[in-house]
Write a new protein. Structure first.
Length: 228
């Protein structure tokens, strides 16, 4: 893929370096010369220009890239101006970092649907981890209200069938899959644990100790389950 990352702050730099490490062609763009210089040996190209200047943005190969990330953190105004110009130049695939609800609202009002909210997502993850304790493993945001939560099966559910538990009726949660560990022995006799996904899930499936449940729902319903 060919990718442009506009805004070389902490997030922009991390994205640019990660996509480059994965083998993609990355152009990093910022108005700060020192930031541009920092990345010049880490990406395909790093360019210093004013992203609120339409004529300057036109110098970028916007029609030849697969996606443009706009990742400005502190400056709400520069972010909005940059995105507005990209829209005017008919860039089709724009992903933008929003730093506040107002920022997100304005972005959506000008037609941006792919929005990153790393600060909010991280805060949600920390809150879930704190509230659910050791049961919480991971979460994947789906919408503002829903996510897929990975939790260790609560002890009270271990040994019960899915029919006994009835997650959808009792907790308004949908079980996506179950992750389990199995012990394997390699060719030289060393024992190790390996994760696998239970392929067939039905009402007769029994929850086992150390199962990781992947559940779709909202945080309030997940919290109710982890507190029983």
């Amino acid at each position: 893929m060919k990718i442009i990352v506009i805004g070389i702050g902490h997030m922009g730099m991390a994205l640019a370096e990660k996509f480059t490490a994965l083998g993609h062609e990355v152009i990093a763009v910022d108005s700060d010369f020192h930031r541009v210089e920092t990345l010049k040996n880490s990406v395909s190209a790093s360019i210093c220009l004013n992203t609120t200047d339409e004529s300057a943005l036109k110098m970028l190969p916007l029609k030849d890239v697969d996606v443009v990330f706009v990742t400005f953190g502190k400056d709400f105004g520069i972010s909005i101006q940059t995105v507005a110009i990209l829209k005017k130049l008919h860039v089709s695939n724009i992903i933008v970092r929003a730093t506040s609800k107002l920022h997100e609202t304005v972005l959506r009002s000008i037609g941006i649907n792919q929005i990153l909210t790393p600060e909010l997502d991280y805060a949600n993850m920390i809150a879930n981890q704190f509230l659910m304790g050791s049961l919480f493993k991971e979460w994947i945001k789906i919408t503002d209200q829903h996510a897929i939560y990975k939790i260790k099966a609560p002890a009270i559910l271990v040994g019960q069938t899915l029919e006994d538990i009835d997650l959808e009726h009792d907790f308004n949660l949908r079980l996506v899959c179950i992750e389990r560990e199995k012990t394997s022995v390699n060719v030289i006799g060393i024992t190790h644990k390996q994760k696998y996904v239970v392929e067939k899930i039905d009402n007769s499936t029994i929850i086992e100790d150390k199962d990781i449940l992947n559940l779709f729902g909202n945080s309030n319903d997940i919290l109710k389950l982890t507190k029983i």
